[in-house]
Design a binder for this molecule. Structure first.
Ligand SMILES: Nc1ncnc2c1ncn2[C@@H]1O[C@H](COP(=O)(O)OP(=O)(O)OP(=O)(O)O)[C@@H](O)[C@H]1O
Length: 339
């Protein structure tokens, strides 16, 4: 059994400094299912099939406490399905997973949230006919301590109502949505809805926040602000797991990166060493060679194309560093080999 206690020099109250986060992963092997010094989430043998397709088949995964873990992988790799399973929005065929030793299996989403694990969605789920404030207030449903509130006397409900509204207003201010609190959520831009979702998720004062493509569809001006918000969740002691396709974002904010392909975890790494991992390069090459490449107005690769470009660049650099050469193979040599 691996020893999951943090070494003495890393012991903290969950809020880790940048130095502590960097040293946490120094001895973690860059391999799928690697043991972490202090995992908050443990996943074992979780699988989910749709018809004949194995969407998720994760043998073992550990998520380090107090850090940002980026989850990447080609389209259809199973990232969203894994999020759905871990947060009670879907049921696996098999497997177990737990937070701090407490099983989270066979639970409904609100029960998982009560235990401190919340998630946001790739496509935001704001209720467009409700005000922004009411959307955030709804996040308090299933709140930890709700049962205690239910046993309180009627006149204390009002106090609870006030507390919920107060917290919702604080969160709206934090995410710079306070001027919009009386607007209908349907009037918000895509980026503002992402902020709204984050605010709603934080109503339960979670321990683990799982964000499914928080940057997708967000304009560049809001991207920086969202990145800052995600970092601040970690800096307040929360554990963040997020799905993202943009490698610049992954490099900017992840402390550790988990790579999925065809339902399984195929690699784990620090963001710096990601592109030199041949399994990652293979996964992206394998799944994207027949897809249209995507570029922005300035001709820079975006989305999966950016991941591929970055992986190729690093693989080429590695080939050169190890004395290889990048010239096309001589066709006459190939013919000779095949004859
Ligand atoms: N409800 C469902 N019914 C049938 N197939 C599904 C269902 N949900 C997911 N799948 C399939 O499972 C596989 C994994 O999908 P999933 O959405 O988890 O991948 P992903 O890594 O999140 O992809 P993306 O990056 O495109 O969001 C895909 O082949 C998908 O088509």
């Amino acid at each position: 059994m691996p020893d999951h206690r943090l070494p003495d020099h890393l012991q903290t109250d969950t809020v880790l400094t940048a130095e502590q986060r960097a040293s946490i992963f120094t001895d973690v092997p860059h391999s799928p299912g690697a043991s972490k010094p202090d995992p908050i989430l443990l996943v074992d043998n979780v699988s989910r099939t749709f018809g004949g397709l194995k969407a998720v088949d994760v043998a073992h995964l550990e998520i380090q406490r107090g850090c940002i873990t980026g989850l990447i992988g080609p389209n259809g790799a199973g990232k969203t399905t894994l999020f759905n399973l871990l947060t009670g929005f879907d049921r696996p065929d098999s497997g177990t997973w737990s937070m701090d030793g407490q099983s989270l299996g066979r639970m409904y989403p609100h029960q998982v949230a009560r235990r401190g694990v919340v998630r946001t969605f790739q496509l935001t789920k704001a209720l467009s006919k409700l005000t922004v404030l009411d959307n955030v207030r709804l996040g308090a449903t299933g709140q930890r301590g709700e049962r205690i509130v239910n046993t309180l006397l009627p006149w204390t409900w009002k106090a609870q109502e006030r507390a919920v509204t107060e917290r919702a207003n604080e969160l709206l201010a934090r995410f710079t949505l306070d001027t919009k609190s009386d607007d209908l959520a349907g009037s918000l831009s895509g980026g503002q809805r992402k902020l709204l979702e984050m605010a709603r998720a934080l109503m339960t004062e979670p321990t683990v926040v799982m964000l499914d493509e928080p940057m997708a569809g967000v304009n560049p001006a809001l991207t920086q602000s969202l990145l800052g918000h995600i970092k601040s969740l970690r800096d307040e002691g929360m554990t963040v797991v997020f799905v993202e396709h943009d490698m610049d974002v992954i490099r900017d904010i992840s402390d550790w990166v988990v790579v999925m392909a065809q339902g399984s975890v195929i690699a784990e790494s620090t963001p710096e060493h990601l592109s030199s991992n041949s399994a990652v390069v293979d996964a992206y090459l394998g799944s994207h060679h027949d897809q249209a490449l995507e570029f922005d107005d300035e001709g820079n690769p975006v989305g999966a194309t950016a991941v591929l470009a970055s992986a190729l660049e690093s693989a080429e650099a590695e080939t050169l560093e190890t004395g290889g050469d990048l010239s096309e193979p001589d066709i006459t040599d190939l013919r000779r080999e095949n004859s």
